[in-house]
Design a protein around this ligand. Structure first.
Ligand code: ZN
Length: 259
C-alpha cells in the first residue's frame, strides 16, 4: 500500500515540502552548466558579471529624461590576472563625448594604462556587458588582455575575436590567425541567456534594445541577484565583499561626476 492510501495528509504535506524545496533549490543557481560542475572560478566569473550588470542598472541611461544621456547602457570591468582585485570600470560615452569610438572597453583600457603607467594589461580579464566590437577586440589583443567574458551576445558586430583567430591560410589568398588573440567567452550567467533570448524575440536592434525597458527589467533582476547573493564557495566571500564595495564606490564616483 502506498503512503497516500495509508496517510493522505502526510502524503500531501510531504509533496508540498518537496515542491517548495525543489523550487528553492532551482532559484539559487544562477548559472547554466549542463552536465558540467560549478567550479569556484565559475562563481568568480558570475560575481564579476553580475557586478557589471549592477553598475549599469544603477546608472541606467535613458530612463530619466531630465538627464543628458552619456551613452548606451554598455559597461566593462577590468580584473587582475588572479581575479582577486578589480582594477576599474568603464562605460560607453559616445553621446556625451560626441565621439563614436568612446566604447566601454576602449575607454577602460586607455584610462587604466595611462593612470597606472603599466604599459599593457598582460593576463588581465575584462567582463563586458556586451560582446566586444572590432575596435575593442583589437585593443584588448594589443594590450595583452588574456580573456574577455561578455554578458550579452552582439548579433551584429560580435565574434570579432573569433574572426581574428580564424585560420584561412589553406584558402586561396587566405591568412594565418592574428597572433595572441584575447580569448572570448559568452558568460554562463542566466542573465546573459535571458538578454540574448529577449533581444532576439523582440526584434529590436541590439543597441536600441540596450536602452529599452525590456533590457532594464533584466538588468534589475541581475542587480537583485547580486545584492542578495550567497557564495557557494567560502573562498569567494572576500571577492564578493570587494565586488559589493566596488559597486558602492563606483556609484559614488558616478553620482559625483553626473549630478
Ligand atoms: Zn567596442
Amino acid at each position: 500500500m502506498n503512503l497516500f492510501a495509508q496517510r493522505p495528509l502526510a502524503y500531501i504535506f510531504l509533496s508540498i515540502s518537496l515542491l517548495v524545496a525543489s523550487n528553492t533549490y532551482c532559484s539559487l543557481p544562477t548559472i547554466h552548466h549542463p552536465g558540467k560542475p560549478y567550479t569556484q572560478d565559475d562563481e568568480i566569473n558570475e560575481i564579476y558579471m553580475l557586478l557589471t550588470y549592477s553598475i549599469l542598472y544603477k546608472t541606467w541611461q535613458g530612463s530619466d529624461s531630465s538627464k543628458k544621456v552619456i551613452g548606451n547602457n554598455i559597461g566593462a570591468l577590468l580584473v587582475n590576472p588572479t581575479k582577486d582585485k578589480i582594477l576599474g570600470f568603464g562605460r560607453n560615452a559616445h553621446s556625451s563625448t560626441n565621439n563614436t569610438t568612446q566604447h566601454a572597453e576602449s575607454r577602460l583600457i586607455q584610462s587604466y594604462i595611462s593612470k597606472s603607467e603599466c604599459g599593457d594589461l598582460t593576463g588581465c580579464i575584462i567582463y563586458a556587458s556586451l560582446e566586444p566590437c572590432a575596435m575593442c577586440s583589437g585593443m584588448m589583443t594589443v594590450s595583452k588582455v588574456k580573456e574577455t567574458i561578455y554578458g550579452e551576445t552582439d548579433p551584429v558586430c560580435g565574434k570579432t575575436l573569433e574572426r581574428l583567430s580564424l585560420n584561412s591560410s589553406e584558402l586561396p589568398d587566405g591568412y594565418l590567425p592574428y597572433p595572441d588573440v584575447t580569448i572570448s567567452h559568452a558568460s554562463d550567467c542566466i542573465i546573459r541567456k535571458e538578454l540574448d533570448e529577449t533581444q532576439k524575440e523582440s526584434g529590436i536592434f541590439i543597441y536600441k534594445f540596450l536602452m529599452n525597458d525590456k533590457a532594464k527589467e533584466i538588468y534589475e533582476r541581475a542587480y537583485n541577484l547580486f545584492i542578495n547573493y550567497n557564495v557557494n564557495y567560502e573562498g569567494n566571500k572576500a571577492i564578493y565583499d570587494n565586488a559589493k564595495d566596488f559597486l558602492e564606490q563606483e556609484l559614488e564616483r558616478y553620482n559625483s561626476i553626473h549630478k
